[in-house]
Design a protein around this ligand. Structure first.
Ligand SMILES: [Zn+2]
Length: 468
């Protein structure tokens, strides 16, 4: 069997067709490259479409939330649907129509005299038709001449002198509860307008709400522990002098523990709570009972920064009287504010109902609460003392907490983010250390080679590696 040699079969020599192979493969490469480029383009297009659809969804969701937050109003109630104790937009609207039909009614005008007379007639009717257990006192108050100089806001440092101001003041309290006269909550708005505007929004809409509130509350009465004072003032547009004359002169002023101001910087929409405090209790009470809470705390910061050239009677209640309080304003159609276009046609249905549905349970709650009496104090003036944070969730629910808690919350979020970042990403010093380690490892591999068996530490001057 010698000589038997096994040979490996020769590999067939490829034909000269090899010359055409590079062309095919290059074509394949080109085709592959085109396919890959096409694939990249498709994936890039898909990613762009994904981003675009996400953006559109986000914008649509934002628009939907904004619309719901700002535009959805309650249905206006007719007289019959609201009943005698409920708030009816139908009734309130009649007051707004009557007052705005007088045209502009600034102070010292005949039209203002007619507007004041209209309010007196309405509250007199309320007094005559009130629940038998409710006392309704009507006071046509002629303020003495006076002067004011405010330390902040639009009228900062200006000396304003006034005389001849007249206000309609109504006090509502239970007839057989003597102590009810000792403590009161004030709710106020102004009858006068600027000379250029019929003032359907600013502020006949507020006066209409106030008149309907007096009427509705005059039929409740039972269970009230405190008084509710309604102030229909004149002179707001001339530098808040109406509220100033009331807070410095009226005999009932000493019983007021908290103040609410109704205002407008436009016409209609939601009646936004845009200033509140400094006492948290009043805001918390509002949050508890308001049917359609609508808050705009950002407006409070903007307002206090001086960017908005405007002021409200709330400043008098805070700065002059040192009261805690709430300030509400209609802000829709703000372009017509103080212009001839501030007319009834722009008042959206549901606007007055929104205000009334929130104010009626709020005033009842405060007037029956034992907490009001303990608010017998003067709060530090100035807006920096507004110590409450508040916001609402789509007009369904209102959240309130203190500035201190807000700071704690925000600091803790920042702190947690820092910790999270330190856990997920190495710090700068850690990155440097890792870079040094990698460099050292590279140096060892390059100069000392791989580890050998038997090499000793004495032979080597560096670690566990031996020279090649
Ligand atoms: Zn106003």
């Amino acid at each position: 069997m010698a000589g038997a040699v096994s040979r490996r079969p020769k590999r067939p020599i490829s034909a000269p067709s090899q010359a055409s192979a590079p062309d095919e493969s290059s074509e394949e490469i080109v085709r592959g490259s085109r396919a890959s480029q096409h694939g990249k383009k498709v994936s890039r297009g898909k990613a762009a479409a994904d981003w675009m659809s996400m953006l559109v969804t986000l914008l649509f969701a934002t628009w939907l939330i904004f619309r719901y937050q700002t535009e959805i109003l309650p249905s206006p109630l007719s007289e019959k649907a609201a009943g005698v104790r409920g708030f009816s937009e139908e009734r309130a609207y009649r007051h707004v129509a009557a007052l705005s039909s007088l045209g502009p009614h600034p102070i010292r005008s005949d039209a203002l005299g007619h507007a004041i007379q209209y309010v007196i007639d309405q509250v007199t009717e309320v007094r005559d038709t009130a629940n038998s257990e409710v006392e309704v006192e009507v006071d046509y108050f002629h303020a003495r001449p006076g002067a004011t100089q405010l330390t902040g806001g639009l009228f900062k440092g200006k000396s304003l002198v006034y005389s001849g101001l007249k206000h309609v003041v109504v006090r509502l309290h239970p007839k057989y509860e003597d102590s009810a006269l000792e403590n009161a909550i004030l709710i106020s708005s102004h009858i006068d307008t600027v000379i250029t505007a019929p003032g359907a929004g600013d502020c006949s809409s507020c006066v209409g709400v106030l008149l309907e509130l007096v009427r509705a509350l005059s039929h409740w009465g039972q269970g009230f522990k405190h008084s509710i004072i309604f102030l229909f003032n004149t002179g707001e547009e001339e530098g808040l002098i109406g509220a100033h004359s009331f807070m410095t002169q009226h005999p009932w002023r000493g019983t007021i523990r908290a103040a609410v101001d109704l205002e407008a910087s436009g016409i209609g929409g939601k009646h936004w709570l845009f200033q509140g405090g400094p006492d948290a209790w009043l805001i918390e009470t509002y949050a508890k009972v308001a049917k359609w809470p609508a808050t705009m705390m950002l407006a409070q910061d903007i307002f206090h920064s001086g960017l908005v050239k405007s002021a409200t009677d709330f400043q008098i209640f805070r700065e002059i009287a040192g009261l805690t309080g709430l300030d509400f304003a209609y802000m829709e159609n703000s372009a017509v504010y103080h212009t001839k276009n501030d007319n009834l046609g722009l008042l959206r249905p549901g606007s007055l109902q929104h205000s009334g549905d929130n104010m009626l349970p709020f005033l009842r709650e405060v007037a029956t609460s034992s907490e009001l009496a303990s608010r017998n104090m003067t709060y530090p003036t100035g807006f920096s003392n507004m110590d409450v944070v508040y916001w609402d969730i789509l007009g369904w629910y209102m959240v309130t907490y203190s500035q201190g808690f807000a700071k704690l919350l925000h600091h803790s979020i920042i702190f947690q983010l820092i910790i999270l970042q330190r856990k997920t990403r190495p710090s700068q010093s850690q990155t440097k250390l890792l870079q040094w380690k990698a460099l050292l490892k590279k140096f060892r591999k390059q100069y000392f080679g791989r580890q050998r068996d038997g090499c000793s530490r004495r032979r080597l001057c560096s670690g566990y590696y031996c020279l090649e």
